[in-house]
Design a protein around this ligand. Structure first.
Ligand code: ADP
Ligand code: MG
Length: 225
């Protein structure tokens, strides 16, 4: 299989404000000299202690931050050879904290759609099932038409996370980056959730940041940052 993502000597440092002057004078390395190759179709688990740079690493792949030193290639081309639009179409990103907006659950899932027109209900339900969200949504009196408040505060953390994942599942892209997608789920839900992801991820290339080692048998490879 060919290499889809090739990362060489990647670095990212954040400024640290001086305690006295408030001016940035020092830096801390959040990502320090990371090299990693991910093959097409591979499902990679990324683990490491809190604060070791996992989230920053994913954000670099999305070009939320410019690559300061080192190189990141996607399909053999440097990240900055792509427009942000192209990049965001190639990569589905599930952030650690997803933003749910004021509107119905259906609208919140539909937001992930990246093709012309709008998805039909079957596709939305399929995405929700893949995200292990259909069950609790169907139990709500208004189902998919349930209105969320801004931030989705009328749902639990685990439910918000599942809607965010359903949103990601609706998007069609070859690469999926997930940042601790199951951190707000209990162990049972997490297992069901990971199992449900098996089929949608079959022909995708996936990097999943994982806060614990559950489900590692589902990964082709686990890398510790
Ligand atoms: P992880 O996801 O592994 O917990 P992060 O990538 O979130 O780690 O953070 C790595 C390091 O970079 C931490 O020390 C964190 O405090 C620091 N950091 C993260 N984001 C910022 C930021 N926007 N500004 C300054 N420092 C940051
Ligand atoms: Mg993180």
């Amino acid at each position: 299989m060919k290499n889809l993502i090739e990362i060489k000597n990647l670095n990212k440092k954040y400024p640290v404000k001086s305690e006295f002057s408030g001016r940035s004078k020092d830096f801390i390395y959040a990502v320090n000299d990371v090299s990693l190759t991910v093959k097409e179709g591979e499902i990679l688990g990324l683990v490491g202690e809190s604060g070791c740079g996992k989230s920053t690493f994913l954000k670099l792949l999305l070009r939320f931050y410019p690559v300061q030193s080192g190189s990141v290639r996607l399909y053999g081309r440097e990240l900055n050879e792509y427009s942000l639009m192209q990049l965001r179409n190639m990569i589905t990103y599930v952030p650690q904290e997803s933003y749910l907006f004021e509107g119905t659950i259906r609208e919140n899932i539909e937001y992930g759609w990246n093709k012309a027109g709008s998805p039909d209900m079957d596709m939305i339900v399929r995405a929700a099932k893949q995200a292990y969200a259909d069950e609790f949504i169907s139990e709500l009196p208004d189902g998919y038409d349930t209105r969320l408040t801004a931030g989705g505060m009328n749902l639990s953390g685990g439910q918000r996370q599942r809607i965010a994942i359903a949103r990601a599942m609706l998007k069609d892209s070859p690469v999926i980056l997930m940042d601790e997608p199951s951190s707000a789920l209990d162990t049972h839900s997490e297992n069901v959730f990971l199992k449900a992801l098996d089929s949608p991820m079959k022909d995708k290339t996936v990097i999943m940041v994982s806060h614990r080692m559950t489900g590692v048998e589902r990964f082709d490879r686990v890398v510790r940052l």
